[in-house]
Ligand binder design. Structure first.
Ligand code: FAD
Length: 449
């Protein structure tokens, strides 16, 4: 009786799941998700890497997956521990014939899998390509010859065929007959998690985690006219229908990027292609590029200087940073964006560009602290897209122009001229509550000698 052990990650779905397709070759299958205790404790930027919004989304996604697996007579096991630590316990106990996992692009996540490989060198570890449009077969131009900038990457990618998503969903091998500690999934509770993570909390967020809601949403999106208006609305500051809102489901893998790409192509066959349908594919290529770039850069994705020749002329100013995080800067537009972010776990791409540029260019704060705050807050956080976009704006990444500066006053006039967005997110009247300056002591207040 052969056994496959499948360690889930950002691939919380049954559809178009190459690891599950591979698993069908074995007699039995154990499916495990690891809740890493390090997510909940402050990292080197003083923040838990995961915040309440993403954690809620993950729990919903796990509940949905558990219920779908049950319908296939399978189960989801949720273990509290690092991937390497959980493997260390399970592998000697179960003696699987293969370890399955999806490709992962973050440097730290890859290190965890390398640890397992070193500890169990004879156990085959099979990575399935589940997170990107193209797959890395070891000889691919993506892994060996990735351009340093997006445009040459996009031009090349546009000449390649995106693989079709797998059709149908296979029947799954049963669980191993070996006595397992429990046969029901459960999320770690208040005995192990910090209070905020153990309680459910009420959030004003429009996103529900899980493959089922992702699939329903995708269907309704492509039954509408929205794919034909995307290009003219995608830059707006807010509004549910102004952009696709796929990012959170893509980030946790509730939705497969190939499935989304295939859905755009089907829509084009039915209704004709347009600038907007092209632009949806274009944006998916940005996501794709940042995923491959994360692999190429490794740890340098998180370094202050990134890939630039010179380090940025910024530093860490705790007061400025804190006031940016909570939305109490001299810019009402930045404040509104930051409040939307902490209330909902999401802001538009425009909002992300404006707030990131403000932190780096106006407040002159080290960009990595901004990226860490986004990592903590965003439901759709993904390592490559977040840190890659931050590097880009800070001028230490894949930007031929060497950084982006968005003038907040100009952005206000262009994207929120009547202050409608600002009024929605500022609890009090922005005219009387916006501080005039960022530092509580200005230069004139410093002693001369
Ligand atoms: C500072 C900063 C940090 C960001 N952090 C993240 C992040 O952690 N996770 C994330 O998914 N996106 C991130 N983005 C990219 C982008 O803002 C979001 O993908 C987008 O706003 C999500 O909304 P949507 O799904 O409606 O996007 P749409 O505009 O509808 O785009 C469709 C899809 O294309 C992809 N996409 C679009 N723009 C980008 C981009 N610039 N980079 C990478 N992928 C893109 C996303 O998968 C998105 O779902 C960041 C952008 C900036 C400027």
């Amino acid at each position: 009786m052969s056994l496959a052990l499948y360690l889930l990650g950002n691939d919380l779905r049954l559809h178009d799941n190459r690891a599950l397709a591979h698993a069908s070759k074995y007699d039995s299958l154990l499916i495990v998700y690891c809740v890493d205790p390090r997510w909940f404790v402050p990292n080197r930027f003083g923040l838990p890497s995961i915040g309440p919004h993403r954690w809620r989304f993950i729990k919903e996604s796990l509940a949905d997956l558990a219920s779908s697996l049950q319908k296939k007579s399978q189960h989801l096991f949720v273990e509290y521990g690092t991937v390497a630590g959980v493997a260390e316990t399970l592998i000697p106990d179960l003696l699987p014939d293969v370890l399955l996992t999806s490709d992962t692009h973050g440097w730290y996540e890859r290190k965890g899998l390398e640890e397992i490989q070193q500890r169990f060198p004879t156990l085959p570890l099979i990575f399935s390509s589940n997170a990107t449009l193209f797959s890395c077969d070891g000889t691919s131009w993506l892994s060996n010859d990735l351009p340093n900038q997006f445009t040459p990457f996009r031009k090349r990618a546009e000449t390649q065929d995106v693989p079709h998503p797998l059709s149908g969903s296979n029947s799954l091998p049963p669980m191993p007959s070996k006595n397992l500690r429990s046969n029901r999934w459960s999320i770690p509770d208040a005995n192990v998690l910090p209070h905020w993570a153990a309680t459910s909390g009420e959030f004003q967020t429009p996103f529900t985690g899980g493959e089922t809601s992702a699939e329903n949403y995708l269907r309704s999106y492509f039954s509408s006219e929205l794919p034909h208006s995307y290009k003219s609305t995608r830059n707006k500051l807010d509004g549910w229908h102004n952009s696709s809102k796929w990012s959170s489901w893509l980030a946790q893998g509730c939705l497969s990027p190939r499935r989304v790409h295939g859905a755009i192509q089907n829509y084009e066959h039915k209704h004709g292609p347009s600038d907007s349908t092209y632009w949806l594919k274009f944006e998916l290529l940005w996501r794709e590029y940042f995923h491959w770039l994360a692999i190429k850069l490794g740890k340098a994705l998180f370094s202050f200087q990134g890939t630039a020749k010179h380090a940025p002329l910024t530093s860490f100013y705790p007061e400025r940073y804190k006031r940016w995080c909570v939305g109490n800067t001299p810019s009402p537009l930045v404040n509104a964006c930051m409040r939307e972010l902490s209330t909902t776990g999401y802001i538009s791409n425009r909002g992300r560009q404006i707030t990131a540029s403000y932190l780096v260019n106006e407040l002159e704060v080290d960009w990595r602290y901004g990226a860490a705050w986004f990592e903590h807050q965003l439901i759709d956080y993904d390592v490559g897209s977040n840190w890659g976009n931050w590097q880009y704006i800070a001028g230490v990444g894949a930007d031929p122009r060497g950084g982006r500066h968005f003038n907040p006053d100009k952005q206000q006039r262009q994207f929120d001229p009547d202050y409608r967005y600002v009024k929605r997110w500022l609890i009090h009247d922005y005219e009387s509550t916006t501080p005039a300056r960022i530092d509580s002591i200005d230069a004139a207040g410093w002693p001369i000698d």
